[in-house]
Design a protein around this ligand. Structure first.
Ligand code: GDP
Ligand code: ADP
Length: 181
């Protein structure tokens, strides 16, 4: 059990697959990140993210309250340390859903974690999903696709690669990776 880190390009379906993992595996614990990004319609403080302003984020980072943090497409994201450490002391599974730079920081500080990369069936399908979600304006989609190229090139750094073709199959694979000792 222990810590699993899930990464993958924006729009690949990380949030969708993690929601399916929660249904398959209700005991899973998923870290709630801090971010300077504004909430999307339907997002709630403390559920998808802790939404903080830049000053607050910088203070958290400076005070060592974040396990890792990174800038992604113009906003900051980071994993709060205290709740993750509390969870890890129980020995029960914990999941982080974070981008590549953060995953690299966790790899350096917690090398025993499992690193899983979620990848799309094709580049065209990734563009379709990111555009189809309808949550970002075109210029933000462009920045995320730029990052997606970088992230896809780093697939080999991960312990396992899961293709998100079918959501349920991808979720089942992630659960088996998380629970494999
Ligand atoms: N490094 C890091 N990345 C994070 C964290 N939380 C979320 N992310 C990543 O930030 C990126 C953007 O997240 P978000 O704005 O929610 O967009 P979405 O993943 O496309 O729905 C995604 O790759 C997330 O996995 C975090 O705590 N640390
Ligand atoms: N396996 C899949 N097949 C088709 N569409 C998917 C699949 N997984 C996710 N999607 C869709 O792709 C879009 C992006 O998914 P989301 O979970 O928000 O991605 P991420 O969290 O990686 O940015 C959403 O509209 C979602 O419904």
């Amino acid at each position: 059990m222990g810590l699993t880190v899930l990464s993958g390009p924006s729009g690949v379906g990380k949030g969708t697959v993690v929601a399916a993992v929660r249904r398959l595996f209700p005991d899973v614990w998923v870290s709630v990140s801090a971010t300077t990004r504004l909430p999307r319609p339907g997002e709630t403080e403390g559920v998808e993210y802790h939404f903080v302003d830049r000053d607050h984020f910088v203070r958290m980072a400076k005070d060592g309250e974040l396990v890792e943090h990174a800038e992604f497409a113009g906003n900051w994201y980071g994993t709060p340390r205290a709740p993750l450490e509390r969870r890890l002391t129980t020995g029960l599974p914990a999941l982080l859903e974070i981008e590549l730079q953060g995953a690299r920081q966790v790899r350096a500080s917690m090398p025993s974690a499992r690193f899983v990369f979620l990848t799309p069936p094709s580049w065209e399908e990734l563009v379709r999903r990111l555009t189809g979600r309808g949550t970002e304006p075109p210029e933000v989609i462009e920045r995320r696709l730029d990052r997606a190229r970088v992230e896809l090139a780093a697939e080999k750094e991960f312990d396992a690669v899961v293709v998100n073709d079918d959501v349920e199959a991808a979720a089942a694979r992630l659960v088996s990776l998380m629970t494999d000792s």
